[in-house]
Design a protein around this ligand. Structure first.
Ligand code: NAP
Length: 312
């Protein structure tokens, strides 16, 4: 009898690796656990979890012997870690292996906004370049002030990249970091006021819900650009849509949204938004590394060894 359930949509490679290592039962989401018979559920000690559907205490209670939820991804806001800890269930995630890719997407979206690459490409493809002439002038990255909201693992990689683009780095975190070349702001509104562009790299979850407020967006202003690679929940999305529609915010580059993939259709009508389909870590290489780390955590748990990347 298998001790492992794999929840979520896995690539063929990850699926094969999970089968050869753990021979798990596969289900699409936590809600499907209730469809498994009681004997199967009673034997499960380990869940390999992928996705963003809520994994709460009620779901955990369907698996009385559950000892580990190994998350595929660094962000574990879908998992109720307090409920897990209360039940003696360990949670792991996949930090660090995805930092570079997520930072690349953040910087890419900012450059797409500044240099209007999506619109300029459409200008050339439509024949406007040959018929109407040069594309309009846009904005310079080097020399501008960039603000990072959340200087964690990914935030630092974004800051490193933007510093290499000769941008002046400012940041908010709950405590000042040992980064002498970068300017700390304890107040996120003051940070938004100071910088030209703001990149959000916070954790998701209830503590950071609507962290980027209407006031911060107003402080960023009509020439400002907001980039978000964290979670849709960290930004007041209604205020963001209003600001983008009214031009009180210059533009946005967004990899994450509320209610993904059924995002608010108001985004589709906005020309000042670059939309990415939550693909920050979506490279072959990084997803393979994330899958390997998830499986290494499962294997460690089943062997009674120390977990590689515990969350609780
Ligand atoms: P991390 O190293 O834990 O950094 C998280 C940052 O959030 C830290 O700067 C931390 O501030 C801040 N933070 C945490 N709780 C906070 C609170 N209550 N109020 C204010 N700030 C708070 O995490 P990471 O590895 O960089 O990942 C960050 C997030 O990126 C993940 O949680 C995930 O949601 C998202 N992500 C997105 C993608 C994508 O595909 N778009 C891929 C991977 C990850 P302190 O320094 O003050 O502790």
């Amino acid at each position: 009898m298998t001790a492992t359930i794999a929840i979520g949509s896995y690539s063929d490679t990850d699926k094969a690796a999970l089968i050869s290592s753990f021979d798990p039962v596969f289900i699409a989401g936590p809600a499907d656990l209730a469809t498994l018979d009681e004997t199967t559920r009673a034997g499960i000690t380990t869940v390999a979890f992928k996705g963003h559907a809520p994994f709460d205490g009620a779901v955990m209670d369907l698996l009385p012997k559950l000892g580990l939820i190994a998350n595929f991804g660094v962000g574990y806001d879908a998992i109720d870690v307090v409920a897990a800890s209360a039940r003696g269930i360990k949670v792991t995630n996949t930090p660090d292996v995805l930092n570079d890719d997520v930072a690349d997407i953040a910087v890419g979206m900012l450059l797409m906004q500044l240099r209007e690459m999506e619109k300029a490409s459409a200008w050339a493809r439509s024949g406007s370049w040959k018929d109407k002439g040069e594309y309009r002038l846009n904005r310079k990255a080097s020399g501008a002030k960039a603000g990072i909201v959340g200087l964690g693992r990914i935030g630092r990689e974004i800051a490193n990249r933007l510093a290499a683009f000769k941008m002046d780095i400012h940041y908010f975190a709950r405590s000042e970091k040992d980064t002498p070349d970068w300017t700390y702001h304890a107040d996120p509104v003051a940070l938004a006021q100071e910088v030209d562009y703001l990149v959000v790299a916070l954790v998701g979850g209830p503590d950071t819900e609507n962290f980027v407020t209407k006031e911060m967006l107003a402080a960023l202003g009509p020439r400002g650009i907001l980039v978000n690679i964290s979670r849709g929940s960290t930004v007041d999305e209604a205020a963001l849509l209003d600001a983008l529609e009214q031009g009180t915010l210059g533009g946005a580059g967004l990899d994450v949204f509320r209610n993904e993939p059924h995002i608010d259709p108001r985004f589709y009508a906005l020309e000042n938004v670059v939309i990415q389909p939550h693909q920050g870590s979506g490279t072959v290489e990084t997803r393979a590394a994330m899958g390997q780390l998830q499986r290494d955590n499962v294997a460690a748990f089943l062997a009674g060894s120390a977990l590689l990347t515990p969350v609780n």
